[in-house]
Ligand binder design. Sequence first.
Ligand SMILES: [Fe+2]
Ligand SMILES: [Fe+2]
Length: 315
Amino acid sequence: MSSAPSPLDRWYETAGVRGGVRRIFHAETEQGRVFFPHSLVAHLDHPEVKALAPERIREISVRHLYQFLHSTTHLETRVVNGAAEPVANGNTGMHFPSALRMDAFKVYCDEGYHALYSLDLADQIAAVTGIEVPDVDYGGFVTALQDSGRRLLPEDPLLAGQLQAVVFETLITAVLNEVPQDPTVVSTVRDLMRDHAKDEGRHHRFFSAFFLELWARLDRPRRILAARALPAMIRAALDWDVEPVRVSLRLAGLDEDRIEAVITDCYGKDAGISRIQTVSRSTLRLCAQVDAFDLPGAADAFASYGLRAPEDTDD
Ligand SMILES: [Fe+2]
Ligand SMILES: [Fe+2]
């Protein structure tokens, strides 16, 4: 039984699901604000989109928030809770202390609640603004992560699931923290992202520590396969899911040729790679901490996804 302190030790007092408030969207207080930081919506910067009427641009920005919230619900409940469950129930084929298993259940509770309030906010905004949530598959990030696991760890789905959760959980805090500081954004959105980021800060520390525990339980062949799979998973979690963007642009009135031009220009190969390197810095540092880059074929695998070991050692 481990007695090491855990980031979730004060969960009963601090978790959003234990004491948080329901965030309510009020349209009248949000005049002149945007629903998502425009600097983080690549297609809003494209000339074909900029040429649209302001109302269409507002709708695109609202639909981007819907995509963010709905994709989050899929990732949290399917990727994170899919991996937390076997740890919590002791079904990983590895021994983890009961304190760590309870931490996995705390994460499980948190993610269910994050999924609920993400769906709730999208629903509230749709009701107030009249801008419908398009009926598309928001599980594209999950599919991409699952594909990377099937391709690179075909014999080891359990390890693939654990790595997907570690990757996502050490990336999401950086993504969530991009929104709450932006004063141009609707306050309910910022409040919700801040609530989520607080829990995810603890999850980030939990999954960083868990990754070291997991790694310590892997033999060398599993470590080599894991190290080669991690870069694909990082990209799968961060390369934007373009299908909902296509639908959003279609709803805004763009024809198919223009839609494909926007997608290629904004989301084509290596678009946004510098942001991806920045957002994944702590995940990459974690990989470096277990010497993943030194395993055979690993550095090349990272390089082929445009990722490299972080040179700095701060934060
Ligand atoms: Fe979450
Ligand atoms: Fe989380």
